[in-house]
Design a protein around this ligand. Structure first.
Ligand SMILES: [Zn+2]
Length: 241
């Protein structure tokens, strides 16, 4: 069981896409499991065995759980069977929050977030989160479970995030965990970490903090006054949050 369940298509997706948020969540006391659909064996760098070792190292450093499904890299497709497999993970983990790569592919094939497996994973997870709660759906093993929210990371560069998580205090620890994916450090001519840090810097600038990770949600988020007032100087009427 985990408060937070993060799906990725490939071993590095969760850590590269929202790893500093994962550190922030776990250090705040939340339990978190990463579920990876494939071992990333079709990637340019690293074998399936090497990449599995890297994701296990990352999970150990984070202090989170890990689950590895048996989809094949580049063969992740939305289907009834795919949804059932993912819904079973949701039923077993019973998370309040589900995270997945953003479900809509952008046109630019050079956008690092535009791997078709990422979009397919987001689409599968969106349906599976719903399937997990249908008591009459007997093909899904486990007790029905209704997660509170599904939130997407790996926001395409052509899209504006709708949620930004301040991760300024977690960047060093995040980098140590992301570097567990050693086979992927040659991406972008060896400048992948520099690139991922710069993206977080740009996101941070949008909310006046040093570093932030960006997300999109299709769900309406309930208005919560203490949440929106937090950080605001309080005088008349205090306390709020
Ligand atoms: Zn990926």
């Amino acid at each position: 069981m985990a408060d937070i369940l993060v799906f990725g298509a490939h071993p590095d997706d969760a850590e590269f896409g929202m790893g500093a948020s994962m550190v922030k969540f776990v250090r705040s006391g939340a339990s978190l499991t990463v579920c990876v659909l494939s071992r990333g064996e079709a990637g340019t760098f690293g074998t399936a065995a090497q990449r599995e070792g890297e994701m296990r190292d990352a999970a150990r450093k984070l202090g989170g759980g890990i689950e590895i499904l048996s989809f094949l890299d580049c063969q992740i497709f939305d289907s009834y069977e795919s949804r059932i497999k993912v819904a079973e993970v949701i039923r077993a983990q019973r998370p309040k929050l589900v995270f997945a790569p953003y479900h809509t592919h952008v046109g630019n094939h050079k956008d690092g977030g535009a791997h078709p497996d990422h979009a397919a994973t987001g689409t599968i997870v969106r349906s599976a989160t719903r399937y997990a709660r249908f008591a009459g759906l007997k093909d899904v093993h486990g007790e029905p479970w209704n997660a509170d929210h599904i939130i997407y990371y790996m926001v395409p560069r052509s899209r504006m995030p709708t949620l930004l998580n301040d991760v300024s205090d977690y960047m060093e620890e995040w980098e140590g965990i992301a570097r567990c994916h050693q086979s992927q450090m040659s991406i972008r001519d060896g400048k992948i970490m520099e690139f991922l840090r710069a993206m977080r810097g740009t996101n941070g600038g949008m909310i006046s903090v040093r570093y932030a990770e960006g997300f999109i949600t299709d769900d309406p988020i309930p208005f919560d006054l203490p949440l929106f007032m937090r950080g605001t100087p309080r005088q008349p009427g205090a306390p709020l949050g």
